[in-house]
Design a protein around this ligand. Structure first.
Ligand SMILES: Nc1ncnc2c1ncn2[C@@H]1O[C@H](COP(=O)(O)OP(=O)(O)OP(=O)(O)O)[C@@H](O)[C@H]1O
Length: 303
């Protein structure tokens, strides 16, 4: 059995009570990462329960019944503080936008998880810098989120999700605010870098193109899983060959494998510039309970 295994059994969840009750999940069972890292897309119509499932899997929302076990441990058996700590150490998160701390430069946003875990600033920033270089952002270390394009901000978010070497990364519409070509490049990078770190990816998406890049697609309807398909014909461009090199966050810049797209070797990824600089920041106010809970835990921990 693979270590980084997330197992959900018989999950149900209902918002509200009585006449106002809205069932969101009904007897959902699935296992992620049982045989090693995988990229799983969660799809389904609006209101089918995708976000609720992500929140329950990440331990933000407690299911009404059923259980979620990470590495064999039931999330419900942990104290709140322990679950919050686990989310920081074992889980990575990438949201549509607005997840970076706006006042911190890219390198500090990425170094933060390591510093909160006890790594000294110098070491944390060295590892953050290495990862940002690999993601093609070597020139952007000192820029704040409001000074980055949407695609650049998402790459910083990917670096922050991965810098602590999580076992699983949860992504909620990570390319939803990007144009097609930027979104495809970011998604390819997210899958390649996550699997390259030995972690699984769970991505909620409406976008069939995004799902097509994943090795498994789970479809929900009315809170139930209606299909769970594994693909053996992964799109060739979805996972860069270098992604499987299992990089170390502390590898020296220049010698480490790059996550650049195939054919671009170690050159920075030529993402098109987003026409609207600061877009990532202006989107920050769209409510998202999971992102806001994760963000709040960063803010509290960094005080
Ligand atoms: N906080 C809430 N209070 C009450 N009902 C909610 C709440 N959040 C979600 N719901 C309801 O639960 C159901 C599932 O919602 P959920 O957001 O999980 O679906 P989704 O598939 O992610 O939708 P979308 O694609 O539109 O984001 C819907 O009927 C929704 O109206």
């Amino acid at each position: 059995m693979h270590t980084n295994r997330l197992e959900a059994i018989g999950l149900t969840h209902t918002y509200g009570q009585g006449n106002a009750a809205a069932p969101a999940l009904a007897d959902v069972s699935l296992t992620i990462g049982a045989d090693g890292p995988e990229a799983v897309a969660i799809m389904g119509p609006s209101g089918s329960g995708k976000s609720t499932l992500l929140h329950v899997l990440a331990g933000i929302v407690a299911p009404a019944s059923g259980r979620v076990a990470w590495r064999g441990r039931d999330l419900a058996s942990m104290r709140d503080g322990e679950r919050t700590k686990l989310r920081r150490s074992d889980f990575g998160f990438v949201f549509q936008s607005g997840q970076l701390l706006p006042e911190l430069p890219a390198i500090e946003n990425v170094a933060l998880p390591l510093m909160l875990g006890g790594t000294a600033r110098t070491g944390a920033e060295a590892a953050a810098g290495t990862l940002l270089h690999r993601l093609g952002l070597g020139e952007m270390l000192g820029r704040r989120p409001g000074e980055l394009s949407g695609g650049q901000a998402q790459r910083v978010a990917i670096a922050r999700a991965l810098v602590g070497s999580p076992g699983i990364v949860f992504a909620d519409e990570p390319t939803g605010a990007l144009d097609r070509s930027t979104g495809d490049a970011v998604m390819s990078l997210l899958i390649g870098a996550t699997l390259g770190h030995g972690a699984s990816l769970v991505v909620v998406t409406h976008d069939p193109e995004v799902a097509a890049m994943c090795s498994r697609v789970v479809r929900l309807q009315d809170g139930r899983i209606v299909s769970d398909e594994r693909r053996s014909d992964e799109r060739a461009d979805a996972v860069p060959a270098t992604a499987h090199a299992a990089p170390s966050g502390a590898a020296p810049v220049g010698t480490a494998p790059s996550y650049a797209l195939p054919g671009t070797a170690s050159a920075p990824m030529p993402l098109p510039q987003h026409p609207s600089y600061g877009a990532a920041r202006s989107e920050a106010h769209v409510p998202n309970p999971l992102r806001d809970a994760v963000q709040q835990s960063w803010i509290e921990a960094s005080r």
